[in-house]
Design a protein around this ligand. Structure first.
Ligand SMILES: *[C@@H]1O[C@H](CO)[C@@H](O)[C@H](O)[C@H]1NC(C)=O
Ligand SMILES: *[C@@H]1O[C@H](CO)[C@@H](O)[C@H](O)[C@H]1NC(C)=O
Length: 339
């Protein structure tokens, strides 16, 4: 059914990316699965989110653990003739995923990148991912999406400049072809839907191209501007030495603020260069060009000595970070789209 219908429907619609899903309920299947369970009882343990214990991976594991002799005893060759026919539960007609990429700016200091849920309770009313996805889902008339980006910023950090590359898998789109003008229109709809975010370079990409975003992510550089507070009063000439520091290697223990979800480790990250702009005796702007993955906040306040060296040590006074902006994410994907 699948092979016959899929081709006919695809031809009729002029779109070969239509796929059918046929969950088939078969008495025959259940019987063989019972034998599988006898074969390797340990292989079929119930897990949280799986409907059936007979997953593809579990069956493969069971087959690997079973000797040929034992297998032949349970499954005679030729197989026993089925006594009842298969019954079809359901047919689903789906479109393969379409992938969309672009870059986003975030102008708001109270917007998380993804929905922020603590103990089942929603913390902020929106998120970057939802603001971008809503107009896209409605244009593609899709069932859902999967969002990924080149790194992420904290809820209170803005992303300026050319923005942060992102990609979205659009699940089961009912409209899948968009020309350049339509994509531009969609981009404008997203831009106008909220003053918290903007997108550029919005385009349809291939599934393969998406992996380019994650490639060599660690080696990429990122630029930031931080507003710094100093405990001791400073003069403009007290901070200029920072401009001469190049390729500063930091040892960063996993920050206390993320320790609940990341393993404890010491990571080395490099600050390629810094520049300062004096503001007043307790404040200055610090520009940083760093290796991706550097914890900027921890470099500034030191995280109780867990980041070494840190700005407190360099300036010999307590320092803290009041505001942080991402100025650029130097990943050359997706390709820029000329306006
Ligand atoms: C979302 O992407 C992840 C990683 O690529 C994948 O494992 C997951 O199945 C995707 N989710 C959906 C709903 O397609
Ligand atoms: C959307 O906003 C971005 C960032 O400001 C801008 O570069 C782009 O031209 C805008 N696109 C449209 C179609 O409004």
């Amino acid at each position: 059914f699948k092979w016959i219908m899929q081709g006919l429907v695809a031809k009729e619609l002029g779109d070969d990316r239509i796929i059918f899903k046929l969950p088939v309920f078969c008495t025959q299947t259940v019987t063989s699965c019972e034998y599988d369970a006898i074969m390797c009882p340990d292989c079929f343990k119930p897990t949280k989110n799986k409907q059936s214990v007979f997953t593809r991976m579990a069956v493969i594991k069971a087959l690997e653990k079973t000797s040929d002799g034992r297998f032949l005893k349970l499954y005679p060759c030729p197989p026993v003739q089925p006594s009842s026919s298969c019954s079809l539960q359901d047919i689903q007609c789906l479109h393969t995923s379409v992938f969309v990429a672009g870059r986003y700016n975030k102008f708001c200091r109270s917007l998380p990148q993804t929905p922020w849920v603590i103990d089942g309770e929603r913390r902020m009313e929106s998120s970057v991912e939802e603001l971008i996805a809503a107009p896209i889902l409605s244009a593609f008339r899709a069932n859902g999406f999967n969002f990924s980006s080149s790194g992420r910023e904290d809820v209170d950090v803005r992303t300026l400049g050319n923005g942060r590359p992102f990609a979205m898998e659009i699940l089961n789109p009912h409209k899948s072809r968009f020309n350049r003008a339509e994509m531009k229109q969609l981009q404008e709809t997203i831009n106008k839907s909220s003053d918290k975010i903007r997108v550029r370079d919005l385009q349809v990409v291939s599934r393969e191209a998406m992996s380019r975003m994650k490639e060599g992510e660690e080696e990429k550089t990122k630029s930031y501007t931080a507003l710094i507070w100093t405990q001791k009063p400073i003069r403009s000439e007290d901070i200029t030495f920072i401009d001469d520091i190049k390729e500063l290697t930091l040892d960063q223990k996993t920050p206390l603020r993320v320790l609940h979800r990341r393993a404890l480790a010491v990571r080395q990250r490099v600050i390629h260069s810094m520049n300062t702009r004096f503001l007043d005796p307790h404040h200055f702007y610090l520009g940083l060009k760093t290796q991706a993955g550097t914890y900027i906040k921890e470099f500034v306040h030191g995280d109780f000595g867990r980041t070494n060296p840190n700005l407190c040590q360099l300036l010999k006074t307590d320092t803290d970070i009041l505001e942080l902006d991402v100025e650029s994410v130097d990943v050359d994907w997706p390709p820029a789209i000329p306006e």
